[in-house]
Design a protein. Structure first.
Length: 349
């Protein structure tokens, strides 16, 4: 009984030897959902699912009501599988103690799974979550399913294409990640689509450009790159596309800000004689190594002072968007004008 990762959980699924309690958390939503479903598949007979499988939305169901069902005996000697999704652990101190007491003696016929899907569960930042993590680790297993590294995602794409009788180079797999993002579910969907189009051939960069769906981050990266180059027409063309897609201006500005933060970090690291890899390790860019490579390349023509001024503009615009009843697109356009002027070292005040 301990804190485990994907490898150990795979071994349990293969051997059929399970704990009675699991806490499933981390940043990779696809993996969390996948392994929750695998635990259910291995422990609940489809014929008796109506009786032996119990799902609870933690936001709507009191913990006391959930735990009352833990003593239900499963039908036909199976497993009483209890899945609790997104329980707000900060709800009350009493709930935490109730949960910890229950975990000290989970019924042998019950499998109790706490799954954090949309709610963040970060025991490093929250003492209550840390105590719950400890309780699950003692009673069964706390399973951290975090983002995969870029190398792991590349391997996933290359192997996925191979299984579908297509080929893709590692460089183009990395390029696909930069275009569609590092979400595993999205990458698997794109791999299937691109492989079908390649029809047994190679997936080239041209095919990726013509067929792969661009994530918001990739589209905004194109916008940021245009701003860095001082390309007004291209930047506004991307913005018009994002607005037409009904992307929230606050989200667009947030991703633009992220691009400039990435550039500022690698710029400062470069001046200090540190490699971009150190930035990635310190700020956890796991699975998003391409972000730092792009940032290193794009900030070459910008000074630290220009990047600081750009971040000030973005912060001011963010405050306006979140605190005023204004034309949000107009706020974005004004911010972009200022960023373009900063990139050309033109004073605008």
């Amino acid at each position: 009984m301990a804190e485990i990762g994907e490898r150990e959980l795979k071994q349990q699924l293969k051997s059929g030897e399970f704990f009675n309690a699991y806490l499933i958390y981390g940043e990779e939503n696809y993996l969390k959902e996948y392994y929750v479903n695998q635990l259910k598949k291995k422990n609940v007979e489809p014929a008796f699912e109506t009786f032996n499988y119990h799902y609870y939305n933690g936001k709507d169901t009191p913990l006391n009501d959930i735990l009352k069902d833990a003593d239900i005996l499963p039908l036909m000697g199976g497993c009483n599988f209890m899945l609790v999704c997104d329980y707000p652990i900060d709800k009350s101190a009493g709930d935490i103690e109730l949960l910890k007491d229950f975990l000290k003696d989970v019924p042998q016929t019950t499998m109790f799974v706490f799954w954090y899907d949309s709610l963040e569960f970060n025991p490093l930042k929250n003492s209550k979550m840390k105590s719950v993590l400890s309780a699950f680790s003692k009673a069964g297993a706390a399973v951290l399913l975090d983002r995969r590294t870029e190398a792991e995602l590349v391997k996933l794409i290359v192997n996925g294409c191979k299984k579908r009788s297509a080929t893709i180079s590692q460089d183009n797999a990395r390029y696909l990640i930069s275009v569609s993002g590092s979400d595993i579910k999205t990458l698997l969907n794109e791999t299937e689509k691109l492989s079908a189009n390649a029809d047994g051939g190679e997936i080239t960069k041209e095919i990726i450009n013509s067929l792969a769906v661009k994530c918001l981050q990739a589209r905004v990266y194109d916008l940021s790159k245009s701003l860095m180059k001082g390309d007004y027409e291209s930047a506004y063309s991307v913005l018009d596309t994002l607005v037409a897609m009904e992307e929230e201006p606050v989200n667009i500005l947030s991703v633009i800000s992220g691009c400039y933060v990435d550039m500022y970090r690698v710029k400062c690291a470069s001046i200090a004689g540190m490699p971009a890899e150190d930035v990635g390790n310190y700020y956890n860019y796991k699975g998003r190594d391409f972000v730092l490579r792009n940032a290193m390349r794009d900030c070459a023509s910008m000074s630290v002072d220009q990047l600081r001024k750009s971040l000030d503009v973005l912060m001011q615009s963010d405050n306006i968007l979140k605190s005023s009843a204004v034309d949000k697109k107009l706020v974005l356009e004004e911010a972009m004008v200022k960023l373009l002027l900063i990139s050309k070292e033109v004073q605008y005040d």
